[in-house]
Design a protein around this ligand. Structure first.
Ligand code: HAS
Length: 543
Protein backbone atom coordinates (compact mmCIF):
# COMPACT_ATOMS: atom_id res chain seq x y z
CA UNK A 1 0.00 0.00 0.00
CA UNK A 2 1.47 3.39 -0.93
CA UNK A 3 1.68 6.39 1.42
CA UNK A 4 -1.05 8.30 -0.41
CA UNK A 5 -3.55 5.53 0.13
CA UNK A 6 -2.66 5.34 3.78
CA UNK A 7 -3.14 9.07 4.19
CA UNK A 8 -6.53 8.74 2.52
CA UNK A 9 -7.51 6.02 4.97
CA UNK A 10 -6.43 8.23 7.86
CA UNK A 11 -8.41 11.09 6.37
CA UNK A 12 -11.54 8.93 6.22
CA UNK A 13 -11.33 8.27 9.96
CA UNK A 14 -10.87 11.95 10.74
CA UNK A 15 -13.69 12.93 8.36
CA UNK A 16 -16.02 10.44 10.06
CA UNK A 17 -15.45 12.35 13.32
CA UNK A 18 -15.82 15.79 11.75
CA UNK A 19 -19.03 14.99 9.89
CA UNK A 20 -20.58 13.30 12.94
CA UNK A 21 -19.72 16.45 14.89
CA UNK A 22 -21.36 18.56 12.16
CA UNK A 23 -24.52 16.43 12.25
CA UNK A 24 -24.77 16.81 16.03
CA UNK A 25 -24.19 20.54 15.72
CA UNK A 26 -27.00 21.04 13.21
CA UNK A 27 -29.59 18.98 15.11
CA UNK A 28 -28.49 20.44 18.44
CA UNK A 29 -28.74 23.96 17.02
CA UNK A 30 -32.31 23.41 15.89
CA UNK A 31 -33.25 22.38 19.42
CA UNK A 32 -31.27 25.38 20.70
CA UNK A 33 -33.28 27.82 18.61
CA UNK A 34 -36.58 26.27 19.69
CA UNK A 35 -35.25 26.46 23.24
CA UNK A 36 -34.75 30.20 22.98
CA UNK A 37 -38.22 30.64 21.39
CA UNK A 38 -39.72 28.69 24.24
CA UNK A 39 -38.03 30.90 26.85
CA UNK A 40 -39.14 34.02 24.99
CA UNK A 41 -42.68 32.61 25.22
CA UNK A 42 -42.98 32.69 21.43
CA UNK A 43 -43.83 29.00 21.35
CA UNK A 44 -44.82 26.35 23.85
CA UNK A 45 -43.34 22.90 23.34
CA UNK A 46 -46.01 20.21 22.97
CA UNK A 47 -46.38 17.54 25.66
CA UNK A 48 -45.21 14.96 23.13
CA UNK A 49 -41.80 16.67 22.93
CA UNK A 50 -41.63 18.79 26.05
CA UNK A 51 -39.19 21.53 27.04
CA UNK A 52 -36.97 19.34 29.22
CA UNK A 53 -36.62 16.66 26.56
CA UNK A 54 -35.59 19.31 24.07
CA UNK A 55 -33.18 20.91 26.55
CA UNK A 56 -31.54 17.56 27.27
CA UNK A 57 -31.19 16.81 23.54
CA UNK A 58 -29.73 20.28 22.94
CA UNK A 59 -27.22 20.08 25.80
CA UNK A 60 -26.07 16.53 25.12
CA UNK A 61 -25.70 16.99 21.36
CA UNK A 62 -23.90 20.33 21.59
CA UNK A 63 -21.84 20.06 24.77
CA UNK A 64 -21.00 16.37 24.78
CA UNK A 65 -21.30 15.01 21.23
CA UNK A 66 -20.31 17.85 18.85
CA UNK A 67 -17.30 18.88 20.91
CA UNK A 68 -16.04 15.39 21.67
CA UNK A 69 -16.21 14.11 18.11
CA UNK A 70 -14.54 17.23 16.76
CA UNK A 71 -11.66 17.17 19.26
CA UNK A 72 -11.10 13.45 18.77
CA UNK A 73 -10.95 13.88 14.99
CA UNK A 74 -8.76 16.95 15.18
CA UNK A 75 -6.31 15.43 17.69
CA UNK A 76 -5.97 12.31 15.56
CA UNK A 77 -5.44 14.46 12.48
CA UNK A 78 -2.62 16.53 13.98
CA UNK A 79 -0.95 13.42 15.38
CA UNK A 80 -1.12 11.63 12.04
CA UNK A 81 0.19 14.63 10.11
CA UNK A 82 2.92 15.73 12.52
CA UNK A 83 4.24 12.19 13.02
CA UNK A 84 3.61 10.52 9.65
CA UNK A 85 4.09 6.76 9.36
CA UNK A 86 2.24 3.64 8.21
CA UNK A 87 0.15 2.94 11.29
CA UNK A 88 -2.78 0.69 12.02
CA UNK A 89 -6.07 2.54 12.27
CA UNK A 90 -7.88 -0.27 14.09
CA UNK A 91 -7.82 1.38 17.53
CA UNK A 92 -8.99 4.66 16.03
CA UNK A 93 -11.93 3.03 14.24
CA UNK A 94 -12.94 1.01 17.34
CA UNK A 95 -13.01 4.30 19.21
CA UNK A 96 -15.13 5.98 16.56
CA UNK A 97 -17.71 3.18 16.33
CA UNK A 98 -18.02 2.91 20.11
CA UNK A 99 -18.54 6.66 20.36
CA UNK A 100 -21.16 6.57 17.61
CA UNK A 101 -23.02 3.58 19.05
CA UNK A 102 -23.04 5.20 22.49
CA UNK A 103 -24.27 8.49 21.06
CA UNK A 104 -27.09 6.80 19.15
CA UNK A 105 -28.24 4.83 22.22
CA UNK A 106 -28.26 7.92 24.43
CA UNK A 107 -29.96 10.06 21.76
CA UNK A 108 -32.73 7.51 21.19
CA UNK A 109 -33.32 7.37 24.95
CA UNK A 110 -33.63 11.17 25.02
CA UNK A 111 -35.84 11.73 21.99
CA UNK A 112 -38.22 8.93 22.99
CA UNK A 113 -38.76 10.71 26.29
CA UNK A 114 -36.88 8.27 28.48
CA UNK A 115 -34.00 10.46 29.59
CA UNK A 116 -35.03 14.08 30.23
CA UNK A 117 -32.25 14.38 32.79
CA UNK A 118 -30.35 17.29 31.15
CA UNK A 119 -26.71 17.09 30.13
CA UNK A 120 -25.53 16.94 33.76
CA UNK A 121 -27.79 13.89 34.43
CA UNK A 122 -28.15 14.81 38.11
CA UNK A 123 -29.69 12.13 40.33
CA UNK A 124 -32.36 11.69 41.64
CA UNK A 125 -33.68 12.29 38.09
CA UNK A 126 -33.54 8.79 36.67
CA UNK A 127 -33.09 7.96 32.99
CA UNK A 128 -33.52 4.71 31.07
CA UNK A 129 -30.38 2.50 31.32
CA UNK A 130 -29.80 3.03 27.57
CA UNK A 131 -28.92 6.65 28.31
CA UNK A 132 -26.25 5.82 30.91
CA UNK A 133 -24.92 2.88 28.89
CA UNK A 134 -24.80 5.05 25.76
CA UNK A 135 -22.98 7.86 27.55
CA UNK A 136 -20.51 5.30 28.91
CA UNK A 137 -19.98 3.97 25.38
CA UNK A 138 -19.21 7.49 24.18
CA UNK A 139 -16.64 7.94 26.94
CA UNK A 140 -15.03 4.52 26.48
CA UNK A 141 -14.76 5.21 22.75
CA UNK A 142 -12.74 8.34 23.50
CA UNK A 143 -10.34 6.22 25.56
CA UNK A 144 -9.47 4.32 22.36
CA UNK A 145 -8.85 7.62 20.59
CA UNK A 146 -6.65 8.70 23.50
CA UNK A 147 -4.79 5.39 23.38
CA UNK A 148 -4.30 5.80 19.62
CA UNK A 149 -2.62 9.18 20.17
CA UNK A 150 -0.60 8.25 23.24
CA UNK A 151 0.72 5.04 21.65
CA UNK A 152 2.01 7.17 18.76
CA UNK A 153 3.72 9.53 21.20
CA UNK A 154 5.31 6.63 23.12
CA UNK A 155 6.54 5.13 19.84
CA UNK A 156 7.96 8.48 18.75
CA UNK A 157 9.83 8.85 22.05
CA UNK A 158 11.22 5.32 21.72
CA UNK A 159 12.22 5.59 18.07
CA UNK A 160 13.71 9.08 18.29
CA UNK A 161 15.33 9.45 21.71
CA UNK A 162 16.33 13.03 22.47
CA UNK A 163 14.02 14.52 19.82
CA UNK A 164 11.25 16.87 20.96
CA UNK A 165 7.65 15.74 20.61
CA UNK A 166 6.19 17.93 17.85
CA UNK A 167 4.56 20.89 19.58
CA UNK A 168 1.07 20.28 18.22
CA UNK A 169 1.19 16.62 19.28
CA UNK A 170 2.50 17.59 22.72
CA UNK A 171 -0.67 19.69 23.15
CA UNK A 172 -2.92 16.91 21.85
CA UNK A 173 -1.26 14.39 24.18
CA UNK A 174 -1.68 16.69 27.23
CA UNK A 175 -5.35 17.13 26.28
CA UNK A 176 -5.95 13.39 26.17
CA UNK A 177 -3.98 12.52 29.32
CA UNK A 178 -6.06 15.10 31.15
CA UNK A 179 -9.18 13.63 29.55
CA UNK A 180 -8.32 10.06 30.63
CA UNK A 181 -7.86 11.21 34.24
CA UNK A 182 -11.06 13.27 34.22
CA UNK A 183 -13.30 10.67 32.59
CA UNK A 184 -12.35 8.13 35.27
CA UNK A 185 -14.72 10.14 37.52
CA UNK A 186 -17.75 9.96 35.25
CA UNK A 187 -17.01 6.31 34.44
CA UNK A 188 -17.04 5.55 38.20
CA UNK A 189 -20.30 7.51 38.55
CA UNK A 190 -21.87 5.42 35.76
CA UNK A 191 -20.49 2.02 36.68
CA UNK A 192 -20.84 2.12 40.47
CA UNK A 193 -23.91 4.29 40.85
CA UNK A 194 -26.12 5.23 37.90
CA UNK A 195 -26.13 2.09 35.75
CA UNK A 196 -26.87 -0.41 38.60
CA UNK A 197 -29.50 1.99 39.96
CA UNK A 198 -31.22 2.50 36.61
CA UNK A 199 -31.23 -1.27 36.04
CA UNK A 200 -32.94 -1.73 39.42
CA UNK A 201 -30.00 -3.60 40.95
CA UNK A 202 -29.66 -1.04 43.74
CA UNK A 203 -32.74 0.46 45.46
CA UNK A 204 -31.34 3.98 45.92
CA UNK A 205 -28.50 6.23 44.84
CA UNK A 206 -26.14 8.43 46.84
CA UNK A 207 -27.06 11.77 45.27
CA UNK A 208 -24.22 13.83 46.70
CA UNK A 209 -21.56 11.35 45.66
CA UNK A 210 -22.86 11.20 42.09
CA UNK A 211 -22.75 15.00 41.88
CA UNK A 212 -19.22 15.08 43.22
CA UNK A 213 -18.10 12.48 40.69
CA UNK A 214 -19.90 14.31 37.90
CA UNK A 215 -18.10 17.59 38.61
CA UNK A 216 -14.79 15.83 39.10
CA UNK A 217 -15.30 15.16 35.38
CA UNK A 218 -17.50 18.13 34.48
CA UNK A 219 -14.99 20.92 34.87
CA UNK A 220 -12.05 19.24 33.16
CA UNK A 221 -14.61 18.57 30.42
CA UNK A 222 -14.74 22.32 29.75
CA UNK A 223 -10.95 22.48 29.60
CA UNK A 224 -10.97 19.54 27.21
CA UNK A 225 -13.04 21.78 24.95
CA UNK A 226 -10.84 24.84 25.33
CA UNK A 227 -7.63 22.83 24.91
CA UNK A 228 -9.04 21.74 21.54
CA UNK A 229 -9.45 25.43 20.66
CA UNK A 230 -5.96 26.28 21.98
CA UNK A 231 -4.46 23.59 19.74
CA UNK A 232 -5.91 25.56 16.84
CA UNK A 233 -4.93 29.00 18.18
CA UNK A 234 -1.32 28.09 18.76
CA UNK A 235 -0.63 25.78 15.83
CA UNK A 236 -2.94 26.69 12.95
CA UNK A 237 -3.95 30.34 13.33
CA UNK A 238 -0.41 31.82 12.90
CA UNK A 239 -0.09 30.10 9.50
CA UNK A 240 -2.94 32.31 8.28
CA UNK A 241 -0.99 35.58 8.65
CA UNK A 242 2.46 34.12 7.97
CA UNK A 243 3.14 34.34 11.68
CA UNK A 244 4.94 32.23 14.23
CA UNK A 245 4.25 30.73 17.62
CA UNK A 246 5.49 33.15 20.27
CA UNK A 247 7.34 30.54 22.34
CA UNK A 248 7.72 26.78 22.30
CA UNK A 249 8.33 26.64 26.07
CA UNK A 250 5.34 28.85 26.93
CA UNK A 251 3.05 26.77 24.72
CA UNK A 252 4.19 23.47 26.24
CA UNK A 253 3.88 24.93 29.74
CA UNK A 254 0.35 26.22 29.09
CA UNK A 255 -0.80 22.74 28.06
CA UNK A 256 1.04 21.11 30.98
CA UNK A 257 -0.61 23.51 33.44
CA UNK A 258 -3.98 22.72 31.93
CA UNK A 259 -3.16 19.03 32.26
CA UNK A 260 -2.37 19.22 35.98
CA UNK A 261 -4.76 21.99 37.10
CA UNK A 262 -7.97 21.18 35.22
CA UNK A 263 -9.19 18.39 37.50
CA UNK A 264 -8.79 19.72 41.07
CA UNK A 265 -11.39 22.48 40.50
CA UNK A 266 -14.80 20.81 39.99
CA UNK A 267 -16.28 21.68 43.39
CA UNK A 268 -16.66 25.29 42.22
CA UNK A 269 -19.85 23.97 40.61
CA UNK A 270 -21.05 22.83 44.04
CA UNK A 271 -20.62 25.95 46.14
CA UNK A 272 -24.28 25.82 47.17
CA UNK A 273 -24.50 22.03 47.61
CA UNK A 274 -24.76 20.66 51.15
CA UNK A 275 -22.40 18.02 52.57
CA UNK A 276 -19.13 19.70 51.53
CA UNK A 277 -17.72 22.01 54.15
CA UNK A 278 -16.78 25.63 53.52
CA UNK A 279 -13.02 24.95 53.82
CA UNK A 280 -13.05 22.65 50.81
CA UNK A 281 -15.10 25.14 48.83
CA UNK A 282 -12.56 27.85 49.62
CA UNK A 283 -9.72 25.56 48.52
CA UNK A 284 -11.48 24.95 45.19
CA UNK A 285 -11.90 28.70 44.67
CA UNK A 286 -8.13 28.98 44.99
CA UNK A 287 -7.36 26.09 42.61
CA UNK A 288 -9.82 27.61 40.12
CA UNK A 289 -7.84 30.84 40.12
CA UNK A 290 -4.79 28.66 39.43
CA UNK A 291 -6.29 27.18 36.27
CA UNK A 292 -6.98 30.67 34.92
CA UNK A 293 -3.20 31.21 34.55
CA UNK A 294 -2.66 29.10 31.39
CA UNK A 295 -5.50 30.99 29.72
CA UNK A 296 -3.94 34.34 30.61
CA UNK A 297 -0.63 32.99 29.22
CA UNK A 298 -2.48 32.02 26.05
CA UNK A 299 -4.06 35.48 25.70
CA UNK A 300 -0.59 36.99 25.96
CA UNK A 301 1.03 34.52 23.56
CA UNK A 302 -1.68 34.80 20.92
CA UNK A 303 -1.55 38.58 20.80
CA UNK A 304 2.26 38.51 20.89
CA UNK A 305 2.21 36.28 17.82
CA UNK A 306 -0.10 38.76 16.06
CA UNK A 307 2.20 41.62 17.00
CA UNK A 308 5.45 39.99 15.93
CA UNK A 309 4.04 39.27 12.46
CA UNK A 310 2.51 42.75 12.17
CA UNK A 311 5.74 44.51 13.17
CA UNK A 312 7.66 42.44 10.65
CA UNK A 313 5.36 43.93 8.00
CA UNK A 314 5.75 47.46 9.32
CA UNK A 315 2.48 47.78 11.29
CA UNK A 316 2.58 49.51 14.64
CA UNK A 317 0.19 50.09 17.56
CA UNK A 318 -2.72 47.96 18.77
CA UNK A 319 -5.05 48.96 15.90
CA UNK A 320 -2.25 48.58 13.38
CA UNK A 321 -1.77 45.02 14.59
CA UNK A 322 -5.51 44.28 14.56
CA UNK A 323 -5.94 45.75 11.06
CA UNK A 324 -3.04 43.71 9.72
CA UNK A 325 -4.85 40.42 10.44
CA UNK A 326 -6.64 38.45 7.68
CA UNK A 327 -10.22 39.41 8.53
CA UNK A 328 -11.55 38.07 5.22
CA UNK A 329 -10.35 34.52 5.73
CA UNK A 330 -12.99 32.42 7.54
CA UNK A 331 -10.34 30.05 8.88
CA UNK A 332 -8.96 33.05 10.75
CA UNK A 333 -12.19 34.87 11.63
CA UNK A 334 -13.68 31.79 13.30
CA UNK A 335 -10.95 31.42 15.96
CA UNK A 336 -10.23 35.18 16.17
CA UNK A 337 -13.85 36.18 16.82
CA UNK A 338 -13.96 33.31 19.30
CA UNK A 339 -11.00 34.87 21.11
CA UNK A 340 -12.85 38.17 21.36
CA UNK A 341 -15.86 36.38 22.89
CA UNK A 342 -13.55 34.59 25.32
CA UNK A 343 -12.55 37.88 26.89
CA UNK A 344 -16.14 38.12 28.22
CA UNK A 345 -16.26 34.38 28.93
CA UNK A 346 -13.05 34.49 30.95
CA UNK A 347 -14.18 37.49 32.98
CA UNK A 348 -17.45 35.77 33.79
CA UNK A 349 -15.60 32.61 34.81
CA UNK A 350 -13.45 34.56 37.24
CA UNK A 351 -16.62 36.00 38.81
CA UNK A 352 -18.18 32.53 39.09
CA UNK A 353 -15.06 31.17 40.76
CA UNK A 354 -15.55 33.42 43.76
CA UNK A 355 -17.36 31.42 46.45
CA UNK A 356 -19.33 34.50 47.53
CA UNK A 357 -20.14 36.04 44.10
CA UNK A 358 -21.24 32.69 42.74
CA UNK A 359 -24.10 32.56 45.21
CA UNK A 360 -25.61 35.53 43.33
CA UNK A 361 -25.46 33.94 39.91
CA UNK A 362 -25.62 30.20 40.51
CA UNK A 363 -28.49 28.46 38.71
CA UNK A 364 -29.48 31.69 36.96
CA UNK A 365 -29.33 32.54 33.26
CA UNK A 366 -25.95 34.17 33.96
CA UNK A 367 -24.36 30.72 34.01
CA UNK A 368 -26.11 29.83 30.76
CA UNK A 369 -24.68 33.05 29.28
CA UNK A 370 -21.25 32.13 30.63
CA UNK A 371 -21.19 28.74 29.00
CA UNK A 372 -22.53 29.97 25.70
CA UNK A 373 -19.82 32.61 25.49
CA UNK A 374 -17.14 30.00 26.35
CA UNK A 375 -18.03 26.70 24.75
CA UNK A 376 -20.35 28.31 22.18
CA UNK A 377 -17.87 31.14 21.55
CA UNK A 378 -14.14 30.43 21.49
CA UNK A 379 -14.55 26.67 21.29
CA UNK A 380 -17.30 26.19 18.73
CA UNK A 381 -16.24 29.14 16.54
CA UNK A 382 -12.65 27.88 16.51
CA UNK A 383 -13.83 24.41 15.51
CA UNK A 384 -16.03 25.84 12.78
CA UNK A 385 -13.19 28.00 11.45
CA UNK A 386 -10.75 25.10 11.64
CA UNK A 387 -13.22 22.92 9.75
CA UNK A 388 -12.81 25.30 6.77
CA UNK A 389 -9.11 24.45 6.84
CA UNK A 390 -9.54 20.80 7.74
CA UNK A 391 -12.26 19.63 5.35
CA UNK A 392 -10.47 20.80 2.16
CA UNK A 393 -7.30 19.11 3.44
CA UNK A 394 -9.17 15.89 4.18
CA UNK A 395 -11.27 15.73 1.02
CA UNK A 396 -8.77 17.13 -1.47
CA UNK A 397 -11.41 19.66 -2.56
CA UNK A 398 -11.53 23.43 -2.58
CA UNK A 399 -13.60 25.18 0.10
CA UNK A 400 -17.04 25.70 -1.39
CA UNK A 401 -18.48 29.25 -1.17
CA UNK A 402 -15.77 30.88 0.98
CA UNK A 403 -17.74 34.15 1.16
CA UNK A 404 -20.65 32.24 2.71
CA UNK A 405 -18.18 30.70 5.13
CA UNK A 406 -16.90 34.16 6.06
CA UNK A 407 -20.42 35.51 6.58
CA UNK A 408 -21.14 32.46 8.69
CA UNK A 409 -18.37 33.21 11.19
CA UNK A 410 -19.43 36.86 11.59
CA UNK A 411 -23.09 35.88 11.99
CA UNK A 412 -22.10 33.39 14.66
CA UNK A 413 -20.12 36.05 16.49
CA UNK A 414 -23.00 38.55 16.46
CA UNK A 415 -25.62 35.92 17.31
CA UNK A 416 -23.58 34.57 20.20
CA UNK A 417 -22.69 38.04 21.49
CA UNK A 418 -26.34 39.17 21.51
CA UNK A 419 -27.59 35.91 22.97
CA UNK A 420 -25.03 35.53 25.72
CA UNK A 421 -25.04 39.18 26.82
CA UNK A 422 -28.86 38.95 27.08
CA UNK A 423 -28.53 35.76 29.11
CA UNK A 424 -25.95 37.25 31.48
CA UNK A 425 -28.19 40.27 32.02
CA UNK A 426 -31.29 38.14 32.60
CA UNK A 427 -29.30 36.19 35.19
CA UNK A 428 -28.42 39.38 37.04
CA UNK A 429 -32.14 40.20 37.12
CA UNK A 430 -32.65 36.82 38.79
CA UNK A 431 -33.99 34.73 35.91
CA UNK A 432 -33.45 31.06 36.81
CA UNK A 433 -32.02 28.59 34.30
CA UNK A 434 -33.71 25.32 33.30
CA UNK A 435 -37.33 26.37 33.80
CA UNK A 436 -40.10 25.61 31.36
CA UNK A 437 -42.21 28.66 32.28
CA UNK A 438 -39.92 31.68 32.66
CA UNK A 439 -42.90 34.01 33.13
CA UNK A 440 -43.82 32.20 36.34
CA UNK A 441 -47.45 32.14 35.25
CA UNK A 442 -47.35 35.88 34.54
CA UNK A 443 -45.77 37.03 37.83
CA UNK A 444 -44.94 40.76 37.68
CA UNK A 445 -41.33 40.25 38.82
CA UNK A 446 -40.69 37.89 35.91
CA UNK A 447 -41.67 40.60 33.38
CA UNK A 448 -38.38 42.32 34.18
CA UNK A 449 -36.32 39.77 32.31
CA UNK A 450 -38.60 39.15 29.30
CA UNK A 451 -36.80 41.71 27.03
CA UNK A 452 -33.55 39.80 27.66
CA UNK A 453 -35.32 36.55 26.75
CA UNK A 454 -36.37 38.12 23.45
CA UNK A 455 -32.81 39.31 22.91
CA UNK A 456 -31.58 35.77 23.49
CA UNK A 457 -34.13 34.43 21.01
CA UNK A 458 -33.02 36.94 18.33
CA UNK A 459 -29.42 35.81 18.94
CA UNK A 460 -30.64 32.21 18.67
CA UNK A 461 -32.18 32.87 15.24
CA UNK A 462 -28.95 34.44 13.94
CA UNK A 463 -26.97 31.49 15.30
CA UNK A 464 -29.24 28.98 13.67
CA UNK A 465 -28.91 30.72 10.29
CA UNK A 466 -25.15 30.69 10.80
CA UNK A 467 -25.13 26.96 11.53
CA UNK A 468 -27.23 26.22 8.45
CA UNK A 469 -24.67 28.17 6.38
CA UNK A 470 -21.88 26.16 8.01
CA UNK A 471 -23.53 22.84 7.18
CA UNK A 472 -24.11 24.03 3.58
CA UNK A 473 -20.44 24.94 3.15
CA UNK A 474 -19.33 21.64 4.75
CA UNK A 475 -21.58 19.61 2.45
CA UNK A 476 -20.77 21.75 -0.61
CA UNK A 477 -17.07 21.22 -0.04
CA UNK A 478 -17.59 17.48 0.30
CA UNK A 479 -19.81 16.98 -2.73
CA UNK A 480 -19.09 19.74 -5.26
CA UNK A 481 -16.24 18.29 -7.26
CA UNK A 482 -13.48 20.91 -7.37
CA UNK A 483 -10.24 19.16 -6.68
CA UNK A 484 -7.39 20.94 -4.94
CA UNK A 485 -4.44 19.68 -2.97
CA UNK A 486 -4.04 21.44 0.36
CA UNK A 487 -0.70 21.21 2.04
CA UNK A 488 -1.04 20.81 5.78
CA UNK A 489 1.51 22.76 7.79
CA UNK A 490 1.60 23.76 11.42
CA UNK A 491 3.01 27.05 12.60
CA UNK A 492 6.73 27.28 13.33
CA UNK A 493 8.10 28.74 16.53
CA UNK A 494 9.57 32.26 16.49
CA UNK A 495 13.33 32.02 16.19
CA UNK A 496 15.64 33.05 18.99
CA UNK A 497 13.56 31.76 21.88
CA UNK A 498 15.26 29.42 24.34
CA UNK A 499 14.27 25.75 23.93
CA UNK A 500 11.79 24.30 26.41
CA UNK A 501 13.32 22.19 29.20
CA UNK A 502 13.43 18.49 28.28
CA UNK A 503 11.29 17.75 31.35
CA UNK A 504 8.33 19.35 29.55
CA UNK A 505 8.20 16.26 27.33
CA UNK A 506 8.10 13.73 30.20
CA UNK A 507 4.36 13.40 29.88
CA UNK A 508 4.14 10.32 32.09
CA UNK A 509 5.53 12.28 35.04
CA UNK A 510 3.18 15.20 34.38
CA UNK A 511 0.25 12.80 34.12
CA UNK A 512 1.24 11.29 37.47
CA UNK A 513 1.43 14.76 38.99
CA UNK A 514 -2.08 15.45 37.69
CA UNK A 515 -3.36 12.23 39.31
CA UNK A 516 -1.71 13.13 42.64
CA UNK A 517 -3.22 16.63 42.59
CA UNK A 518 -6.67 15.30 41.70
CA UNK A 519 -6.57 12.73 44.51
CA UNK A 520 -5.16 15.32 46.91
CA UNK A 521 -7.98 17.75 46.16
CA UNK A 522 -10.83 15.25 46.24
CA UNK A 523 -9.74 12.85 49.03
CA UNK A 524 -10.99 15.22 51.77
CA UNK A 525 -14.44 15.95 50.28
CA UNK A 526 -14.96 12.24 49.44
CA UNK A 527 -14.06 11.15 52.99
CA UNK A 528 -16.33 13.87 54.32
CA UNK A 529 -19.27 12.65 52.22
CA UNK A 530 -18.62 9.02 53.17
CA UNK A 531 -18.51 9.90 56.85
CA UNK A 532 -22.01 11.40 56.71
CA UNK A 533 -25.28 9.50 56.76
CA UNK A 534 -26.20 8.56 53.20
CA UNK A 535 -29.69 9.57 52.20
CA UNK A 536 -30.35 7.26 49.27
CA UNK A 537 -32.81 8.48 46.62
CA UNK A 538 -35.03 5.94 44.86
CA UNK A 539 -35.09 8.07 41.72
CA UNK A 540 -37.85 9.95 39.96
CA UNK A 541 -39.26 10.83 36.55
CA UNK A 542 -40.53 14.36 36.75
CA UNK A 543 -41.52 14.38 33.11
FE1 HAS B 1 -16.74 28.07 33.29
C1 HAS B 1 -19.66 27.13 34.86
C2 HAS B 1 -15.47 29.17 36.24
C3 HAS B 1 -13.75 28.84 31.72
C4 HAS B 1 -17.72 26.29 30.52
N1 HAS B 1 -18.37 26.94 32.78
C5 HAS B 1 -19.48 26.69 33.57
C6 HAS B 1 -20.40 25.88 32.85
C7 HAS B 1 -19.82 25.59 31.64
C8 HAS B 1 -18.56 26.29 31.61
C9 HAS B 1 -20.38 24.71 30.55
O1 HAS B 1 -16.11 28.89 39.19
C10 HAS B 1 -21.79 25.48 33.32
C11 HAS B 1 -21.92 24.09 33.83
C12 HAS B 1 -23.34 23.84 34.23
O2 HAS B 1 -24.13 23.44 33.36
O3 HAS B 1 -23.69 24.08 35.39
N2 HAS B 1 -14.97 28.91 33.86
C13 HAS B 1 -14.67 29.32 35.10
C14 HAS B 1 -13.35 29.91 35.11
C15 HAS B 1 -12.87 29.83 33.83
C16 HAS B 1 -13.89 29.17 33.06
C17 HAS B 1 -12.64 30.51 36.27
N3 HAS B 1 -15.92 27.66 31.48
C18 HAS B 1 -14.67 28.06 31.04
C19 HAS B 1 -14.43 27.55 29.73
C20 HAS B 1 -15.55 26.82 29.39
C21 HAS B 1 -16.46 26.91 30.50
C22 HAS B 1 -13.17 27.77 28.94
C23 HAS B 1 -15.87 26.07 28.16
C24 HAS B 1 -15.10 25.96 27.15
N4 HAS B 1 -17.45 28.15 35.17
C25 HAS B 1 -16.75 28.60 36.25
C26 HAS B 1 -17.56 28.40 37.46
C27 HAS B 1 -18.75 27.81 37.07
C28 HAS B 1 -18.65 27.67 35.63
C29 HAS B 1 -17.20 28.72 38.83
C30 HAS B 1 -19.91 27.39 37.97
C31 HAS B 1 -20.93 28.45 38.01
C32 HAS B 1 -22.20 28.00 38.70
O4 HAS B 1 -22.63 28.69 39.61
O5 HAS B 1 -22.81 26.99 38.32
C33 HAS B 1 -11.49 30.28 33.39
O6 HAS B 1 -10.74 29.19 33.02
C34 HAS B 1 -11.51 31.33 32.35
C35 HAS B 1 -10.13 31.83 32.02
C36 HAS B 1 -10.14 32.59 30.76
C37 HAS B 1 -9.61 33.81 30.59
C38 HAS B 1 -9.76 34.48 29.27
C39 HAS B 1 -8.48 34.51 28.48
C40 HAS B 1 -8.75 35.11 27.16
C41 HAS B 1 -8.29 34.66 26.00
C42 HAS B 1 -8.69 35.36 24.76
C43 HAS B 1 -7.52 36.05 24.17
C44 HAS B 1 -7.97 37.16 23.34
C45 HAS B 1 -7.15 37.81 22.53
C46 HAS B 1 -7.71 38.94 21.77
C47 HAS B 1 -5.72 37.47 22.37
C48 HAS B 1 -8.91 34.51 31.66
C49 HAS B 1 -7.36 33.49 25.95
C50 HAS B 1 -7.77 38.61 20.35
C51 HAS B 1 -8.09 39.86 19.65
C52 HAS B 1 -8.37 39.90 18.35
C53 HAS B 1 -8.62 41.22 17.78
C54 HAS B 1 -8.48 38.70 17.49
Amino acid sequence: MNAGTHVERENRLVLAHIYTATGALVIGALFGMLQSFSRAEWIRMPAAFDYYRMLTAHGVLMALVFTTFFICGFAEFVTYRAMPRQRSLVIGWIGFWLMLAGTLAATVAIVTGNASVLYTFYAPLKAHPAFYLGATGLIVGTWFVGADILIEVARFRKDRPGERIPLVVHGAACTFIMWLIATAGVAAEMIFFLIPWSLGWTPAVNVMMTRLLFWYFGHPLVYFWIMGAYLIWYNVVPTLYKGTIFSDALTRLAFLLLLILSTPVGIHHEFVEPGISAGWKWLFTMTTYGVVIPSIMTAFAVFASFEIAARRNGHRGVWGVVRSLPWSNPVFTGPALGMVLFILGGLGGIINASYSLDTLVHNTMWVVGHFHVTVGGPVALSFVGAAYWLVPALTGRRLWAPKLALAQTYLWFFGMAVMSVSMHWAGLLGSPRRTDDVSYFGAAAANAWMPEMWGAAVGGIVLFISIVLFASVALGTRFVDRKQTTEVTFAAVEGGALPAPASFDRLGAWGLTAVVLAIGAYAGPVVELLSQHTFGAPGMRTW
